[in-house]
Design a protein around this ligand. Structure first.
Ligand SMILES: *Cc1c(COP(=O)(O)O)cnc(C)c1O
Length: 350
């Protein structure tokens, strides 16, 4: 039985994006699979990416690393961006995870637990996690990666990018022979002088454009669809949904579909949401409610059981995100557990 709402994940498109990023950057691609691979399913995505040649992965949390290690087995290297804190050293070691050390107390916690392979984050201006360059530690035993993170990689003309790249190159020069990594998805498209020894893309693997808009080089991976539950004719002067969010000024044919904000359809769409149905992009009518929302299908051949695409190959993820006043990252990670994931293509290489 097809699911009322469904997130379909095209693993072949994921693989294509992986190889595109390799070709663009000329560097090894270390996929970021935090937040369950941006909601797409870390086990399926990372398994396929391994089959495509990925050998190193990044997650944000220790728990994510433990789950990923169980899914992937012993072979790949897994870094935890959060680092080592709150007694996590034992868990990191037991699962052979490498913390990215961000501050002196993490260095100390890792050393007290016996040390071992780990990364080091230098903050070059994002002012999020990591050591300021002037406070960074001297090279030490076990260090296997030095990294930093760009603040404006989705804005190629922003001079901050070059400043961060230069600051990173200078800071990393203190650690000769250690793998250097700076670029996220946006950084992969800033030029090869941002590639260093490895790149860390997330959203471009999963179909988001590097500059927050559709990009012909990146294939759609995730498609959110929902079933039409009811089709109704709405008369002029009637309204649709809570708080009379849409007032009909003409006869309207409306399709009520099985996806609401509890599935990850943003309530923030307000008047600007849209979906693809029967070959056309059609507006949402009225408010998104918890379990359903309504689409204008006036003049279209639509019946109960047809499927509507909220984002995917026909309605781009970036356009859908912009309509909700947000970014592709939030749209993907908002798709809730109520929505089953279905995979197109094999986990292992086909
Ligand atoms: C999330 C994250 C990435 C991946 O970012 P994208 O913009 O999705 O490519 C890379 N590095 C760090 C430190 C991150 O937190």
């Amino acid at each position: 039985m097809p699911s009322p709402a469904l997130l379909s994940v095209d693993l072949n498109a994921l693989a294509r994006n992986f190889h595109t990023l390799e070709a663009v950057t000329g560097a090894p691609v270390h996929p970021v699979v935090k937040a369950d691979a941006y909601g797409l399913g870390a086990k399926a995505c990372a398994t396929r990416l391994m089959a495509e040649g990925a050998r190193t992965f990044f997650v944000a949390r220790v728990d994510e690393g433990v789950t990923l290690r169980a899914a992937l087995g012993d072979a790949p290297t897994i870094y935890v961006l959060d680092g080592c804190h709150g007694g996590g050293a034992g868990v990191l070691k037991a699962a052979d995870l490498r913390p990215v050390l961000n501050q002196p107390r993490q260095m100390q916690a890792w050393a007290e637990a016996g040390g071992g392979a780990c990364g080091l984050q230098i903050d070059t201006g994002l002012n999020r996690l990591g050591f300021r360059p002037e406070d960074a530690p001297a090279p030490f035993e076990g260090l296997s990666l030095v990294m930093s993170h760009l603040a404006c990689a989705d804005e190629p003309d922003q001079p901050m990018n070059q400043r961060q790249r230069d600051a990173f190159a200078a800071a990393a020069a203190r650690y000769p022979g250690i793998t250097r990594s700076l670029a996220n998805s946006g950084g992969c498209f800033l030029g090869r002088d941002y590639s260093f020894d490895a790149v860390r893309p997330g959203v471009c693997l999963y179909g988001g454009g590097p500059q927050g808009r559709p990009d012909g080089r990146i294939a759609a991976v995730a498609t959110l669809t929902a079933e039409v539950l009811q089709v109704r004719d709405v008369k002029p002067e009637e309204s649709i949904g809570y708080s009379r969010g849409f007032l009909a000024d003409r006869p309207v044919r409306a399709a009520v579909i099985a996806a609401g904000y509890a599935d990850g359809v943003m309530r923030a769409y307000g008047q600007s949401g849209a979906a693809w149905i029967a070959g056309e992009i059609r507006p949402l009518l009225g408010r998104v409610s918890m379990d359903v929302c309504t689409i204008d299908v006036t003049g279209l051949e639509v019946t109960v059981g047809d499927r509507v695409e909220l984002f995917g190959a026909n309605r781009s993820l970036d356009e859908a995100a912009a309509a909700a006043g947000t970014i592709s990252y939030e749209l993907l990670t908002a798709v809730s557990n109520r929505v089953p994931r279905a995979y197109v293509g094999r986990y292992d290489r086909s």
